[in-house]
Design a protein around this ligand. Structure first.
Ligand SMILES: [Ca+2]
Length: 441
C-alpha cells in the first residue's frame, strides 16, 4: 500500500470514529490527526501498525507535522511520543469570553479564579459557576505592556485565608529598560482592591526590549516562591542565560519578601546571584510540581523547534543558548548545531517538540475526577492552538494528545480546580472549563 492511500484509509477510519464520537457528544475533543491533508508527512509511521486493530494507535506520534531539524533525540522517548486518546467523554464549556489576553489564573476560592489581563494590567475575578466577571480589582501595578510584556502571572500565599496576600509577576519599567518583577498586595475583604502593593523582586539586569519575560510563579511546600524568567530573546543579551551574575534565563527561588532562599545552590559562590536555582533557560512560561515525584517541572519556549520540558535540579545548567534541539528562526544552526545536552555537560530535556508546541502555562492534573488523567500534564499551546496532554511514567513521556484543536485559540494558561475541572484561558479572552460529561454542573 502506498503512503498516500494508507493516509486516506486512515483518514476515513478516523472520520468514522470521530463521527461516532460526535453522535454521543458534541465536544471539541476530536482528533486532529485526520486534518492533515497536506501529505507532507516525512515520518515512517505509515509502515507501522497496519496489522493492529483500529483502536490501537500506539505507534503513531501525536505530532503529524514534519520535523524542521535534523537532530536525533538523545533517547527514543525524548520527542514525538505515541498519540493517546482520552476515553472519558468530556464536556467543554465556555465560562467567560470577550476578555483580553488572560495570562495567569489562580483558584483563590472554590470555583472562583483570579485572572490577569496582560495588556490592560487588570486583575479580574471569574466565577466558574455562574460565568460572572468582576470589575477590575484596584491597586494592580503599573506595567510595561509592549509586545510580550504586561501583567503576567498570579498566585496566592499559602496562608491566603489569613494573610490575603496575592502575588503577581509583571514587566516593569526601570532605569535601563524593563525587568520581570514580582510584587504582592493584600486583597481587601470586599475583593475590590489590592492594598499596599509592593515590588519584592526584580530579575535584573534591565534590558531595553519587550520579549521573553518568562514570568511564572509557584509556591513550594515551605512557602517560598519559584519564579521563572526569560533571557530577553535578542542576541547577544540571551547569552546572559549562562551567566550566574544575571537573573535572565533562570529559575529563581525566593522568599515571600523577595530574598534568596538560604538553601539555594549558589549562596556560597561570591560571583553568583544567590536567588538563582537553575540556569541556561530560554523563556519559561509554564511551571508546576509533579504530584507523583514532588519534582519541579517547567516548559520553555525553544527557538524554531526545540521547545523543552525540563525537570529542575538545583544548580544545573539547561544549556541555552549553547545547545538546543531547535534552530534559529532564520533556519541557521544555533552555535555549531549541537543538540545533545548531556554530552556537553548540560541537563537533557525530558522531552522536546519538533516542530513546536508553543508551550505556555501548564498544570499537572492532581485530581481523580477524571481518573485516566491523574498525574498527566496539561500544557497550553499558543501556535499550534491546542492543549497538550502528556502522559508520564517514571519521568518518561509515554503518550501525547492534543485537545481543543478546533477552537482556533492561543491557550495561555492551564489550571486544575479543586473539583478536578481543567480550566484553560486564552489570548482571545476565553475561559474554558473541561469536565467529565455530566459532571460539569
Ligand atoms: Ca535546554
Amino acid at each position: 500500500m502506498t503512503k498516500v492511500s494508507w493516509s486516506r484509509l486512515m483518514f476515513f477510519t478516523m472520520l468514522i470514529f470521530v463521527l461516532a464520537l460526535a453522535a454521543c457528544s458534541n465536544d471539541d475533543n476530536s482528533d486532529e490527526a485526520s486534518t492533515d491533508d497536506s501529505d507532507a508527512r516525512t515520518e515512517e509511521s505509515a509502515d507501522e501498525g497496519e496489522n493492529e486493530s483500529a483502536d490501537d494507535s500506539s505507534n503513531e506520534s501525536a505530532e503529524t507535522e514534519p520535523k524542521v531539524t535534523e537532530f536525533d533525540p538523545a533517547f527514543p522517548e525524548q520527542t514525538r511520543a505515541p498519540e493517546v486518546e482520552t476515553e472519558t467523554e468530556l464536556d467543554v464549556e465556555v465560562v467567560a469570553e470577550g476578555l483580553g489576553v488572560s495570562w495567569g489564573m489562580e483558584e483563590f476560592d472554590t470555583n472562583r479564579l483570579l485572572v490577569t489581563q496582560r495588556d490592560s494590567a487588570e486583575l479580574l475575578i471569574v466565577n466558574l459557576e455562574d460565568g460572572s466577571v468582576s470589575d477590575p480589582i484596584e491597586g494592580t501595578p503599573e506595567v510595561n505592556n509592549e509586545s510580550q510584556g504586561g501583567l503576567l502571572d498570579v498566585t496566592i500565599a499559602p496562608d491566603f485565608d489569613e494573610s490575603r496576600y496575592v502575588f503577581m509577576t509583571f514587566s516593569q519599567d526601570i532605569e535601563g529598560g524593563t525587568v520581570t518583577a514580582v510584587g504582592k498586595g493584600v486583597l481587601s475583604e470586599d475583593e475590590a482592591s489590592l492594598e499596599d502593593f509592593e515590588v519584592i523582586f526584580q530579575a535584573t539586569p534591565a534590558y531595553d526590549g519587550d520579549l521573553h519575560y518568562g514570568g511564572r510563579i509557584i509556591f513550594d511546600e515551605d512557602g517560598n516562591l519559584f519564579l521563572t524568567t526569560g533571557e530577553r530573546s535578542d542576541d547577544p543579551i540571551r547569552e546572559r542565560a549562562q551567566d550566574l551574575d544575571a537573573y535572565l534565563g533562570k529559575v529563581i527561588h525566593i522568599t515571600q519578601d523577595g530574598e534568596p532562599v538560604e538553601s539555594n545552590p549558589f549562596t556560597d559562590d561570591e560571583d553568583a546571584l544567590d536567588g538563582i536555582y537553575s540556569y541556561g533557560h530560554r523563556n519559561i512560561q509554564g511551571v508546576d510540581f509533579n504530584p507523583e515525584t514532588g519534582d519541579l517541572w517547567i516548559v520553555e519556549f525553544g527557538p524554531q523547534a526545540g521547545d523543552e520540558l525540563n525537570i529542575i535540579e538545583p544548580g544545573s545548567n539547561y544549556g541555552w543558548p549553547i545547545v538546543s534541539y531547535g534552530i534559529e528562526y532564520s533556519g541557521e544552526l544555533i552555535n555549531d548545531g549541537i543538540a545533545e545536552h548531556e554530552a556537553q555537560g548540560f541537563v537533557e530535556p525530558v522531552y522536546y517538540w519538533d516542530p513546536t508546541s508553543a508551550p505556555s502555562g501548564m498544570s499537572f492534573y492532581d485530581n481523580d475526577a477524571i481518573p485516566e488523567w491523574e498525574n498527566n500534564l496539561f500544557i497550553g499551546g499558543l501556535l499550534p492552538n491546542y492543549i497538550v496532554r502528556v502522559v508520564i511514567e517514571n519521568d518518561i513521556i509515554v503518550g501525547e494528545e492534543r485537545l481543543l484543536t478546533d477552537e482556533g485559540e492561543r491557550f495561555r494558561d492551564i489550571l486544575v480546580t479543586e473539583d478536578g475541572a481543567l480550566i484553560a484561558s486564552t489570548d482571545g479572552g476565553t475561559v474554558y472549563k473541561i469536565t467529565a460529561a455530566g459532571e460539569g454542573n
